[in-house]
Every structure is written in structure tokens, then in C-alpha cells.
Design a protein around this ligand. Structure first.
Ligand code: TYD
Length: 198
């Protein structure tokens, strides 16, 4: 039984979701709320495997990649999300199964199948912020983190990923234009969360 609140941040690389997740955390903590932060891929064994293998282009097939993200998520749900939500905490989560639908979907795996296999075990989020940015601009923001020779290939891929993110609908889904000033974005997110809480 879920008693807390699950808030998810999604978006392509360079959209600024980790920054916004951190700002929201601080704002909620400052209000005296009980908040915890988790991210996927996690720091657990599956998360470490993902960072070692899946994030290096073409070292795994899309199916193998999917399998690792699924294992990592199952563990995250059981070990982190469920216990925190049962303690009535507000959980801020940086990436969730929307990322799998978008990223592994963009590699050709059927999106519906990915959604179904996740909906069998995930806890549905109360709010999902999808930060939307042009891949070229997103990649510019994180340029120093990426290898330059792969930027073009990466951009083509992220164009597909972004399209899938843009297509998510639902009353818990909020699309945010991420090219707006940082403060404007964080205010909008905070307002949405506070409205939800009251
Ligand atoms: P990211 O949040 O960008 O982590 P870091 O801060 O280490 O860069 O996530 C790493 C990558 O993993 C990102 O490019 C998206 C990808 N990813 C998937 O392909 N599928 C998934 O299910 C998840 C959660 C992430």
C-alpha cells in the first residue's frame, strides 16, 4: 500500500532534469517535508553493470540493454521506492520506466511491450515532469561529458528519444520546455508539486 508521493523527472540527456530534481529537493526540504532522492540507473550491481556496459555504444544488443534496465528497476522499486513510500516520504526519482520506453523504444524495441512489462511491477508515479529540449542544445550543455566524435550519432538517436518523450500523455504527466530560464522552470515545478500536495 502506497502512502507517500512519487515524483519523477524525465527527459533526454542535457535537458537539466538532475538539476531540477535537486532544486525541487532543496525547496521541499526547506519546507520541512520528508523527501528522499533516488535515480536510475541506480548505484546497485545492475546500475553499475549498466554504466559499465550499456552506456558504451553497441556493446550490448537492445534486448540485453533492456534486460539490465529492468533488473535495475525491479530492485529499485523493492529496495528503495516501496520502503520510502510506505514511510510516507516524498520520493524524487531521476528517471523511471518512461526512459526505458523512450531510449530502448528508440532502438527499435516495441514500446507497448516495454510499457506492459513495467506496468506489471512499478509503482505508478503521482507526477512526471518531462523536460523537453532540442537534442542539439541538450548535447551542447553536456558537451564536456561526451566524446565529440559521437555527438552526431548521439543527436540522431536523441531526436527519436525526444519524440517518444513528447508523446507521453496522462493527467500525471507535465511537459516542461527546458530551454526556459532555470528559475522559471523550477518555480513552475514547485507550484505544480505544491498544488498536488494540497
Ligand atoms: P543519466 O540519468 O543521464 O545518468 P548520468 O547522470 O550518469 O549521465 O542516465 C544514463 C543514461 O541511461 C541516459 O543516457 C539514459 C539511459 N537510460 C536508458 O537508456 N534506459 C533507461 O531505462 C534508463 C533509466 C536510462
Amino acid at each position: 500500500m502506497k502512502k507517500g508521493i512519487l515524483i519523477v523527472f524525465e527527459g533526454i540527456d542535457g535537458a537539466g532534469k538532475s538539476t531540477q530534481a535537486e532544486i525541487l529537493m532543496k525547496k521541499l526540504l526547506a519546507r520541512g517535508l520528508d523527501v528522499v532522492y533516488f535515480r536510475e540507473p541506480t548505484k546497485s550491481k545492475w546500475g553499475r553493470k549498466i554504466r559499465k556496459k550499456a552506456l558504451h555504444p553497441d556493446s550490448l544488443t537492445p534486448e540485453e540493454e533492456l534486460d539490465l534496465f529492468q533488473r535495475d528497476r525491479k530492485e529499485n522499486v523493492e529496495k528503495n521506492l516501496k520502503p520510502a513510500l510506505e514511510k510516507k516520504k516524498i520520493v524524487v526519482l531521476d528517471r523511471y520506466y518512461y526512459s526505458t520506453i523512450a531510449y530502448q523504444g528508440a532502438k527499435g524495441i516495441e514500446k507497448k511491450r516495454i510499457r506492459q512489462m513495467n506496468e506489471e511491477f512499478v509503482i505508478k508515479p503521482d507526477l512526471v515532469f518531462i523536460l523537453d529540449i532540442d537534442p542539439q542544445k541538450g548535447l551542447k550543455r553536456i558537451e564536456n561529458r561526451e566524446k565529440k566524435d559521437r555527438l552526431f550519432e548521439q543527436e540522431e538517436y536523441l531526436v527519436k528519444v525526444r519524440k517518444i518523450f513528447q508523446g507521453f500523455k496522462g493527467e500525471n504527466v507535465v511537459h516542461i520546455p527546458a530551454q526556459r530560464p532555470k528559475n522559471e522552470i523550477s518555480t513552475k515545478i514547485e507550484e505544480t508539486v505544491l498544488r498536488f500536495l494540497t
